[in-house]
Design a protein around this ligand. Structure first.
Ligand SMILES: Cc1cc2nc3c(=O)[nH]c(=O)nc-3n(C[C@H](O)[C@H](O)[C@H](O)COP(=O)(O)OP(=O)(O)OC[C@H]3O[C@@H](n4cnc5c(N)ncnc54)[C@H](O)[C@@H]3O)c2cc1C
Length: 407
């Protein structure tokens, strides 16, 4: 039998999104041999003060700790990152509208979150990758063959290519439509929400006071996240508006100025007039849970393993939680174990089960309470909001859970 010429790697990661990139860096730092497969990033667009990426993430303090440890945060353009010191969540827009206020100060945290653009984050991760000894294979992971053997997994870029990549462990970091998950028979439950997220950025007339705001209205969930203030201390904000497919189509049909007026009206002019800072994008929303996060020689991380509604801004943070846990489990394995052994991988799956389930149930429960429950219970929602706002301990607990910190 012909001996394989490709050396056996410890880990092969399929997917070059934020989670796959962070995992590659973390595992290389842990001393593992790593290959990363994914299409090369589009040529980086210079980030200017008039051009703001409408895809932004609210990163928790535990995600920041990971990015600092990986020396990725040093490479982020910090002038384009905004801290969130407070958050106001409003229930319904009616006369009886209630709000729950969260603050970093009351929860004993430096900040509730840091808001970063997708482009700023991925450019920092791609730059950090160049400092590591990671084999990068610039190819789609949509085609090609994946095969699992008792001692290793193989991935062949094209069915015709002679030499597959071989690794003890194959990791699917290839997002919600993961090919690795499907090929390994790990597809689990999937539910398309009757909502799409419309995202866009605006410049308001007033400061946002480093506060994130979210409205649970009849129209859907509207969130305005703070971006850095401009030179005149006017607030730039990033919109995530989760609405029905029909309403999303109406919003997407508006001009940039028309959308700015509609959003300004929806938030009762709290920021004055809005000026558009980006074009709008529309993203379908779903909930997805893989049947299992691991199988022999295979593990899933990030959206490949779990997708949640974005109302809590936690999907990426869960993905980075997977990265921190898997890197710890593989880096601390016993000398006699290789990284693809199922006994080892189960430690990762067990450690992630509870935080992933808790966040999936919380976001799905809120969605059902607001958008699938009968109209008669609307007054109860306002009551629940009012009661929660009085419970300092409960609010502190919720904030520390979302931050990934111990209360
Ligand atoms: C509107 C919205 C707002 C959100 N806001 C937040 C937030 O504030 N905070 C937060 O924590 N999370 C947020 N999320 C969730 C977050 O966007 C995801 O959890 C995160 O992007 C998952 O990252 P990932 O690397 O796992 O997957 P992805 O970002 O989907 O990356 C997967 C990668 O896999 C590769 N890939 C996939 N398929 C193929 C293929 N066929 N061929 C080749 N390559 C492929 C690509 O390289 C792709 O980049 C939000 C989500 C939405 C929709």
């Amino acid at each position: 039998m012909k001996a394989p010429s490709q050396r056996m790697l410890d880990v092969l990661i399929a997917g070059r999104g934020p989670v796959g990139l962070a995992l590659a860096i973390a595992l290389d730092r842990a001393g593992l041999s790593v290959a990363l497969v994914g299409p090369s990033p589009v040529a980086p667009k210079p980030l200017t003060s008039h051009d703001w990426d409408p895809r932004v993430y609210a990163l928790s303090s535990s995600t920041l700790a990971l990015l600092n440890e990986l020396h990725v945060w040093d490479l982020v353009d910090l002038d384009r990152v905004a801290p969130v010191y407070a958050m106001k969540v409003f229930s319904d827009a009616g006369a009886d509208a209630q709000s729950v206020d969260f603050s970093a100060y009351s929860a004993g945290l430096d900040a509730l979150a840091q808001i970063i653009e997708h482009r700023n984050l991925t450019q920092a991760l791609e730059r950090a990758l160049r400092f590591r000894d990671i084999r990068v294979v610039e190819s789609g992971v949509g085609g090609g063959d994946i095969e699992v053997f008792p001692g290793h997994a193989e991935w062949r870029a094209e069915p015709t290519s002679a030499e597959p990549l071989r690794a003890r462990l194959l990791i699917g970091a290839d997002g919600a439509r993961s090919r690795v998950r499907a090929a390994m028979g790990l597809d689990g439950s999937r539910h398309e929400y009757d909502q799409h997220a419309v995202v866009a950025n605006f410049l308001g007339e007033h400061s946002h006071l480093d506060t994130a705001r979210q409205w649970f209205g009849d129209d859907g969930v509207l969130a305005l996240l703070p971006l850095p203030l401009d030179e005149q201390r006017r607030g730039r904000v990033s919109l995530v508006w989760s609405v029905s497919g029909e309403r999303a189509a109406e919003l997407m049909a508006l001009t940039a100025e028309g959308l700015a007026v509609t959003v300004s009206n929806a938030v009762h002019g709290q920021f004055g007039r809005f000026e558009p800072l980006s074009s709008a994008q529309c993203l379908p929303l779903m909930r997805l849970s893989a049947r299992a996060l691991v199988a022999s020689r295979v593990a899933l991380v990030g959206d490949a393993g779990h997708v949640i509604h974005p109302m809590a801004g936690q999907g990426m943070n869960l993905g980075f939680g997977d990265v921190a846990t898997l890197a710890r489990v593989l880096g601390q394995r016993e000398a006699e174990r290789d990284c693809g052994e199922i006994t080892l991988l189960r430690r990762y799956a067990r450690a992630r089960a509870e935080p992933v389930l808790a966040m999936t149930l919380a976001t799905d429960g809120l969605y059902r309470m607001f958008y699938q429950a009968p109209a008669q219970i609307a007054p109860l929602r306002n009551l629940a909001f009012r009661a929660l706002n009085q419970l300092a301990f409960a609010k502190r607990w919720m904030v520390t859970q979302a931050a990934g910190a111990t209360p």
